[in-house]
Design a protein around this ligand. Structure first.
Ligand SMILES: [Zn+2]
Length: 239
């Protein structure tokens, strides 16, 4: 059926109008292998299975992004060897020893170190490339390039203890309301950065927890964020 203009107007403010087409974007999951990282006596390897990404995790990412009318599909999810440059051990040590700091999208020593371990030959230009590593630095759960197509996620985290205690395995998914945040939420948040979204100002009071952070963490996307992400998603589709 054809939507009457008045009906469309009524639907505004409830996420994307039913008349807006769903935008589908492919994700290539890279389950990196070959690095054992140790922090505070905890040895960490990648423990996430491909079927967990294509099943539970993808479902939660899509639940979070549904109000924006953006749907992700898994193009590939498979184990991949990390590169083994001569300074492999030193690069891992940079990540293991990185200190808690301001969240950033790029530029720190650990970001550069991780970048040297990711195999560019495995990257698919037309997809969003999500790399899973054992650990990505003290209190960090993920980072992404703004408007780009790469995100890096740690499957072990010490965010809850602010880096005081040994890292623990991240939750794959978490029932609402959000308490600690799941791997799926971290992925959904980093994909938000790939779709050009930035962190809201922490001083901005928020009644609802937001996916992109700010005063309160959660899953909500604002109308403004939805419009911005959809515009970027269409650009990603054209790549
Ligand atoms: Zn962020």
């Amino acid at each position: 059926m054809k939507w009457l203009p008045s009906v469309c107007t009524l639907l505004l403010g409830l996420g994307v109008s039913a008349a807006e087409p769903i935008i589908t974007l492919p994700i290539r999951f890279h389950l990196t292998q070959g690095a054992t990282m140790t922090v505070k006596g905890q040895a960490m390897e990648n423990w996430v299975k491909p079927e967990e990404l294509t099943g539970l995790v993808l479902a939660e990412v899509n639940r979070i992004w549904k109000p924006a009318g953006i749907q992700f599909v898994v193009e590939r999810a498979q184990p991949e060897a990390l590169l083994k440059p001569k300074d492999f051990k030193e690069l891992l040590a940079v990540v293991e020893n990185s200190k808690r700091g301001e969240e950033e999208v790029a530029g720190s020593g650990r970001t550069a170190a991780i970048g040297k371990l990711l195999d560019p030959a495995q990257q698919l230009r037309s997809a969003l490339n999500v790399y899973l590593l054992p650990y990505i630095g003290a209190t960090y759960q993920g980072y992404a390039n703004l408007g780009g197509n790469q995100a890096v996620i740690g499957v072990w985290t010490d965010k809850a203890s602010r880096g005081e205690k040994p890292p623990v395995k991240a939750l794959l998914v978490e029932a609402e309301p959000m308490k600690v945040g799941s791997l799926a939420r971290t992925i959904a948040h980093e994909l938000g950065h790939n779709l050009t979204l930035t962190h809201p100002d922490k001083s901005e009071a928020s009644a609802v927890g937001r996916l992109m952070g700010g005063a309160k963490q959660g899953y909500a996307l604002t109308e403004e964020e939805i419009a911005k992400a959809r515009k970027s998603a269409l650009k990603h589709q054209g790549k």
